[in-house]
Ligand binder design. Structure first.
Ligand SMILES: Nc1ncnc2c1ncn2[C@@H]1O[C@H](COP(=O)(O)OP(=O)(O)OP(=O)(O)O)[C@@H](O)[C@H]1O
Length: 305
């Protein structure tokens, strides 16, 4: 039996098709990165999985239980961290955990035990007596993870858990997710593909309400193996961008101030011709390197952007 089985799931908002019949089956521990641009339908799908929204048609089963019909069993299996978790700012972290545990009908003794274990694991224990209103964004997300774990779920549904955080907060939350994925199946949506590339073991790409692929990350990186050339110039040079864009070996060029990155489909040709183009257009190279394609490059290829 698969942990998550999603069959022909659709969702329309006043006739607008946010999900157009997505199907996938996934199982086993690890982190499943659910990626897609803004508005692709990630939050809608996760809310349906968590039982917080109704599908227009199709169904989701978690460990064989139907999300719509078996809410009681589903609630025991999943922990959910919404995109923008709301807290009572006047409560302390410890009080918040007590409230969350009570909602699951746990005894006070049990909640205290779990709170200590989870707040320690999530790095909030020292701040447990402080008001949540004074927590940083990263601390709030880590408290949200502790809360999502209070019912000891097998599956954690995390909706953009790091998108709103600063680099330090992101790093800490991702480290925690890295640790949690050893004991839990983590289904995490994100549009920050660097984070997903680092943390996820399996990738699902959602685009305009359609699931374009569901694949182990290693298989995906192998299937789309390729190269990009990254270079830095002394000064910005738009004519180089134009000259490179017209080359058959250049699939895509990203330019930002003096940094450039070209995704290529013929590395040998690109290696021979790119330095000549730069020289012809009077560009001065300060850095030049060849690297493997990233998840972001693969994403653009898959969605044909
Ligand atoms: N309650 C709603 N009423 C009407 N349209 C909605 C509603 N919720 C979402 N939508 C629309 O459905 C589409 C999918 O939205 P959703 O929030 O699921 O996408 P997302 O991939 O999570 O995006 P983001 O990364 O921006 O959170 C969007 O076009 C959105 O505007």
């Amino acid at each position: 039996m698969k942990m998550i089985r999603c069959e022909k799931l659709t969702k329309s908002y006043q006739g607008f098709p946010a999900l157009k019949g997505i199907s996938f089956s996934i199982d086993g521990p690890g982190c499943y990165g659910f990626i897609g641009s803004n508005g692709s339908g990630k939050t809608t799908a996760i809310r349906i999985m968590a039982g917080l929204a109704k599908a227009t048609s199709g169904r989701i089963q978690i460990e064989g239980y139907d999300v719509e019909r078996d809410q009681k069993n589903i609630a025991k299996l999943i922990g959910y961290l919404p995109q923008n978790p709301a807290y009572y700012d006047y409560m302390t972290g410890e009080e918040w955990m007590m409230l969350s545990g009570k909602l699951f009908g746990l005894s006070k003794t049990e909640i205290k035990l779990r709170t200590e274990r989870l707040l320690k694991r999530c790095g909030i224990w020292e701040a447990r007596k402080r008001k949540i209103g004074g927590y940083s964004g990263g601390m709030k997300q880590r408290l949200g993870l502790a809360q999502a774990l209070i019912n000891e779920p097998k599956l954690l549904l995390l909706d953009e858990p790091v998108s709103a955080l600063d680099p330090m907060g992101r790093h800490q939350v991702l480290e925690l997710i890295e640790e949690l994925k050893r004991d839990h199946m983590i289904f995490m949506s994100s549009h920050i593909l660097d984070d997903v590339e680092k943390t996820a073991d399996h990738i699902l790409i959602l685009h305009k309400g359609q699931l374009l692929l569901s694949s182990a990350k290693q298989d995906l990186l192998k299937e789309y193996a390729g190269s990009a050339i990254k270079f830095q110039l002394l000064a910005p040079n738009q004519t180089i961008v134009e000259a490179v864009t017209s080359q058959t070996w250049a699939e895509r060029i990203e330019a930002s101030n003096t940094s450039y990155r070209v995704v290529v489909n013929d590395l040998e040709k690109a290696k021979a011709q790119l330095p000549l183009i730069i020289q012809e257009e009077a560009g001065v190279i300060t850095d030049y390197r060849i690297e493997a394609l990233s998840l972001q490059d693969i994403f653009f290829k898959v969605v044909n952007a």
